[in-house]
Ligand binder design. Structure first.
Ligand code: NAI
Length: 278
């Protein structure tokens, strides 16, 4: 799909109230798409809506929990009634969960799977059939993570959802290609957004000093969500199926392919270090 000028096109972004989703919505607005945004947090939703309108964008904003089947169904019905099928679907909404497997509860698993995996499944389920019917080029972006191919210790549940998104995306792209719909799994590295402050943390990672250190690390890395937005649209333009975003995401991508043993050794060291912090 050509995303250089999106005049007349409809885009949809979930989790558009903050971070990567917010910057993606802005980037799409600047390319003159009309943008539907879904977001769980009402205040963030309204702020993003006002921001997009200021850019001259036509906006449809709904408070929606992507993990809720009925809310996503209603959101899709609204968008289709108002604007028809979307051209570019961005399943971005996601949450963070840090903690070793032994510190992670079943409720934590249900919580993260509901948003990170079912949020994407709901987006695909309720929006892609209408895209496929209308016979125009379209594109689906699923925001995964570098953790989808090179997870760090204390990421088992988060990584499981991101591996799933990668698997879903790679499979779907083969199925949707002949319908003119491309699929990209975006895999960012460490991006400076509030995700760490908002993440659920368990075990050693939950120590206030460890959370602060992690948040500081993301801040110091200084790779902003606007760069993720720019590189995501570049990947869509090139119809990439898997799109590592940032230097570390590319490094981990190649390391996972060519030196997986080295990655496992590094992870072992990191896991040991984390265990001693307890
Ligand atoms: P963020 O916390 O800045 O933004 C996420 C937005 O999604 C928030 O506005 C939040 O309210 C919304 N949200 C959360 N649960 C929702 C739900 N159930 N329904 C609707 N909206 C919901 O986080 P960030 O960093 O922008 O994350 C966006 C995506 O990027 C996530 O899928 C995350 O896993 C992924 N990602 C982030 C990385 C990072 O380093 N920040 C790295 C790799 C992937």
């Amino acid at each position: 799909m050509d995303v250089r000028d999106l005049t007349g096109a409809t885009a949809l972004v979930t989790g558009a109230g903050s971070g990567i989703g917010r910057e993606l919505a802005r980037a799409l607005a600047k390319r003159r798409a009309r943008v539907a945004i879904g977001e769980l947090d009402e205040a963030r939703l309204r702020e993003a809506e006002a921001d997009l309108r200021e850019l001259g964008c036509e906006v449809l904003a709904r408070r929606v929990d992507v993990g809720s089947r009925s809310q996503m169904e209603a959101f899709a019905a609204d968008v289709h009634r108002e604007w028809g099928p979307v051209d570019l679907l961005v399943n971005n909404a996601g949450v963070g969960l840090g903690g070793a497997f032994l510190d992670t509860t079943i409720e934590d698993w249900e919580w993260i799977t509901r948003t990170n995996l079912f949020g994407v499944v709901h987006g695909c389920h309720f929006f892609i059939p209408e895209m496929a019917k209308r016979g125009r080029p379209g594109h689906v972006v699923n925001v995964a993570s570098a953790a989808a191919y090179a997870p760090l210790p204390a990421q088992s549940a988060y990584a499981a959802t991101k591996f799933a998104i990668l698997g879903l995306s790679v499979t779907m792209q083969a199925e949707l290609r002949n319908k003119g719909i491309g699929v990209t799994a975006v895999c960012p590295g460490f991006i400076d957004t509030p995700i760490v402050e908002r993440a659920r943390l368990r075990g050693a990672t939950a120590e206030p000093a460890t959370r602060q250190r992690t948040a500081d690390f993301y801040r110091r890395r200084n790779y902003g969500p606007e760069r993720v937005a720019r590189n995501t649209l570049r990947a869509v333009q090139r119809n990439r199926v898997v799109a590592p975003i940032s230097l570390e995401a590319w490094g981990l991508y190649y390391a996972s392919r060519f030196v997986p043993g080295l990655l496992r050794w590094v992870n072992g060291q990191l896991a040991r270090q984390l265990a001693t912090e307890k």
